[in-house]
Write a protein that binds this ligand. Structure first.
Ligand code: COA
Length: 381
């Protein structure tokens, strides 16, 4: 009898195409990430994040009229219910904000009597609701953890301005808001990354969009994915001084340490978003007296590229930019969620248009089939 050929295993699904998408693509010729064909750096330069959210859900940038209507709808949804606020107040003060956010988004699903309806209009409505409420949850949770009163959202502010208002109680210099808003655009969407694939997998069973986003938040939390923006800042604080940076990176290389904020599954010649986000980070360093973080990053990046040929990813400039804006480090990944909710929900809707249940195979390497022994006859292994 001939032995069946061993199937090829694609660990981490590397190199596997599991579906088509119309939402985003990295064009290799120009090394550019595009959303519905638009280069992300052009979107960051010319559009507010709200326009990008609209683009990801509708496939086209909004006209002035469409944007006005979209913003009115988003601003009308910013408040969270007293019941959800009570839930936030129950959380352990030391709980990670990604865990509290995951629970709060799941609660939004519990609150919605139409949670189980998975039609496109219903999912668009729920996506808008999550887009509007997640910043309120993140800011309120942060303030409650610090023993501060949550600050109610304002309807006269853009999403980015309003987030600063709810978090700090004031809206900063427009340059700071610009940098934050651009980071949201860069973070909004990136193909079949782990959290987006998680969201698509969850709805592939015809489960609901709240379940998909709850699962995606769990996936994004990990330091190999969204959690890297926090890890980058912890690393920079550990290095602390410009004079220590070279020795630190030499030691990391000698000991084959994983250096956070470097490497990417898709980009091999550098993350296309990095040069643009780095400019915004440098603006922040200028405004907030943070030049030392720029110098430390320059040393790490130059050495790592020269020695390993591995380039920084988006989290590398974003981590210190958020730090200079004054955000607490554990809130960095929840800010990523404030943005990526757009990409996740766009993918959920796309998945449901031509759905096929996700169900890959595995190669079994466990023990051969064997009979169950009655308990009295079993020997300890
Ligand atoms: N630090 C040190 N070495 C790294 C590295 C990093 N940040 N990223 C990749 N490498 C090395 C790997 O150790 C591996 O070396 P080897 O072939 O000698 O074993 C090689 O580069 C290939 O990396 P691999 O882990 O196979 O690539 P991947 O596509 O599976 O991983 C990441 C991509 C993002 C998971 C990986 O680069 C990483 O862990 N980066 C740090 C976390 C991070 O910044 N995540 C945010 C991603 S946007």
């Amino acid at each position: 009898m001939t032995k069946a050929a061993t199937p090829t295993i694609a660990k981490g699904l590397a190199g596997v195409y599991s579906d088509v998408t119309h939402i985003s693509k990295v064009f290799e010729e120009t090394n550019t990430l595009t959303y519905f064909g638009y280069p992300v750096q052009e979107l960051a330069a010319h559009c507010r994040f709200e326009e990008v959210a609209y683009l990801l859900w509708h496939g086209e940038l909004p006209t002035a009229e469409q944007l006005k209507e979209f913003e009115e709808q988003e601003r009308a949804e910013r408040e969270i219910s007293p019941q959800l606020m009570t839930v936030l107040k129950q959380f352990r003060k030391e709980a990670h904000p990604m865990d509290t956010l995951r629970t709060a988004v799941s609660f939004l699903g519990v609150e919605d009597p139409e949670a189980a309806i998975i039609s496109k209009p219903s999912n668009l409505r729920k996506s808008l609701k999550m887009l509007a409420k997640i910043p309120t949850i993140v800011a309120a949770d942060f303030r409650l953890q610090r023993g501060l009163e949550p600050i109610a959202p304002r309807k006269d502010l853009s999403m980015s301005e309003n987030f600063f208002h709810m978090y700090f109680g004031e809206v900063p210099d427009p340059k700071v808001v610009r940098c934050f808003d651009a980071s949201l655009t860069f973070y909004a969407e990136h193909g079949f990354n782990a959290s987006t694939f998680t969201a698509r997998t969850i709805v592939s069973s015809l489960s609901d969009i709240y379940a998909a986003v709850t699962g995606a938040i769990g996936s994004l939390k990990g330091p190999l994915h969204g959690g890297a923006n926090e890890a980058v800042m912890h690393m920079l604080l550990e290095i602390g001084e410009v004079e220590k940076a070279q020795a630190w990176i030499d030691d990391a290389l000698a000991n084959k340490k994983l250096v956070m904020g470097f490497g990417h599954r898709v980009y091999r010649n550098g993350d296309s978003r990095v040069p643009y986000m780095t400019k915004y980070f440098h603006d922040m360093a200028e405004i907030k007296d943070g030049k030392k973080w720029v110098e430390i990053e320059n040393i790490l990046s130059k050495t790592f590229i020269e020695q390993k040929g591995i380039h920084p990813n988006l989290d590398f400039p974003v981590g210190p930019a958020y730090y200079l804006m004054g955000f607490d480090i554990p809130v960095f990944t929840p800010i990523f969620v404030i943005s990526r909710i757009t990409g996740w929900t766009a993918h959920v809707m796309e998945q449901l248009e031509h759905n096929k249940l996700m169900r890959p195979l595995s190669v079994y390497e466990g023990v051969p089939q064997r009979p169950v022994q009655p308990i009295g006859e079993r020997k300890a292994a």
